[in-house]
Design a protein around this ligand. Structure first.
Ligand code: PMP
Ligand code: GLN
Length: 396
């Protein structure tokens, strides 16, 4: 067959190249799956975590103003300096930690990109990374993409860190550890004592801490968020990750940040510049302006979300759902064992289709196939949405 004949045949019958998946265990994220099902069924979506209300109008106005002022081309690779400076001041005021905005703070395309980039920056093939389970669903794939090995350590029965189990999981190959407080999905918040114990445990090691603190401003009942940034022993080895999406009710903007000592940041930026290079300019200017002009905006969040938590919990109190404690985040977990024998994913599908409320199965956060009859609801919703959902859930 001539080359010309061959190419004509190939063009007429195109064949996709055979692939070996980089992530063979991974499907579409549960958040996308449940949001699609909720939409298809016309269910109230308490699954994927996002607010159904608008941000403070001053924030989009600041972004519009930035666009009109011509902030529409690439910003510096690490992010708009004004935003990094505002963040350095905020972190210093909150946690007493001095980060150099030039060399120690980087703006990312949301926390997901920050977490993946941090993992890619430090984890080599074969390195082990400790992950406390249940865990946010991006952690294990991020480790896999780096060629690392996730060492899953279960949180205890109350979703608190089990330091003996963590200590037992550390090996000479442990390169990093991922922690998340306030914790998605359980809503647990680590205490000062937890942070100190972690600091003591990691002190004699070279383990890098990746501290996912996206719910940093959603902590209830007078409790405090304990950032890794506030503990010098931890800060010296940590990537501290946060997300503007959570704090300012703009999850779709996908802007986040990482604070880390300069040696860690240097490696982070090597990956960041070839991953996204940088993050959209007008959003960063808008956020910088908002942080400067509304520096106390985040102070309202605990009371704002605590009222929603309390409304939602009170509404569920008369059902057979058993509510787990919720110390922080905008998630409420519930045990439905008294309602149904279905496995978690099947229960969530039934709840969405038949009751008209979408939730997330906890199994999506667990590497093991164990069923715990527990689901997660997001209460970052308008009162009317919560009340409508509660009316439907009342039959449980
Ligand atoms: N970490 C946790 C624990 C989360 O719950 C989320 C998202 N909700 C993220 C990271 C990702 O945040 P972002 O949307 O900024 O990528
Ligand atoms: N973090 C959000 C949650 O836990 C979802 C984000 C996403 O859909 N990737 O619900």
């Amino acid at each position: 067959m001539s080359a010309v004949q061959h190419s004509r045949t190939a063009a007429e019958h195109p064949v996709s190249p055979a692939l070996r998946s980089r992530l063979p265990q991974v499907g579409t994220t549960i958040f996308t799956v449940m949001s699609a099902l909720a939409q298809q069924c016309g269910a109230i979506n308490l699954g994927q975590g996002f607010p159904d209300f608008d941000p403070d109008p001053k924030l989009p106005e600041a972004v519009n103003a930035a666009m009109r002022a011509g902030h529409n081309q690439y910003p510096p690779m690490a992010g708009v300096p004004l935003l990094r400076e505002a963040l350095a001041e905020k972190i210093e005021a909150l946690h007493g930690a001095a980060y150099d905005p030039g060399e120690e703070i980087t703006i990312t395309a949301g926390a997901t990109q920050a977490l993946l980039t941090a993992v890619l920056a430090v984890v080599h093939p074969g390195d082990e990374v400790i992950v406390l389970t249940p865990a946010y669903d991006s952690y294990a794939p991020a480790i896999a993409l780096a060629g690392g090995v996730a060492r899953f350590v279960p949180l205890d029965a109350h979703y608190r860190p089990d330091f003996d189990a963590i200590a037992a999981a550390i090996t000479p190959r442990t390169r990093a550890m991922l922690v998340n407080s306030p914790h998605n999905p359980s809503g647990r918040v680590w205490t000062a004592q937890d942070m100190q114990r972690l600091g003591t445990l990691l002190a004699p090691t070279d383990i890098v801490l990746i501290s996912d603190e996206v719910y940093e401003h959603m902590v209830f009942d007078g409790a405090t968020h304990h950032s890794a940034a506030a503990y010098p022993q931890l800060a010296a080895r940590s990537f501290v990750v946060s997300s503007f999406g959570k704090t300012y009710h703009v999850t779709g903007w996908k802007v986040g940040m990482v604070a880390a000592p300069r040696e860690l940041t240097r490696e982070f930026r090597k990956v960041h510049q070839f991953n996204v290079f940088t993050v959209n300019t007008p959003m960063q200017h808008g956020l910088a302006h908002y942080l400067r002009t509304q520096p106390e905006a985040h102070l309202n969040l605990p009371a704002f979300y605590q009222a929603k938590r309390d409304r939602f919990r009170a509404g569920l109190a008369s059902t057979r759902l058993r509510l787990l404690p919720c110390e922080g985040t905008y998630f409420q977990c519930a045990d439905y064992g008294a309602v149904s024998d279905l496995p978690e994913a099947a229960f969530c599908e039934w709840l969405t289709r038949e009751v008209g409320v979408a939730a997330i199965p906890l199994s999506a956060f667990h590497p093991d196939p164990v069923e715990r009859s527990t689901v997660r609801f997001c209460f970052a919703k308008r009162e009317a949405t919560l009340d409508a959902a509660l009316e439907r859930l009342a039959r449980l």
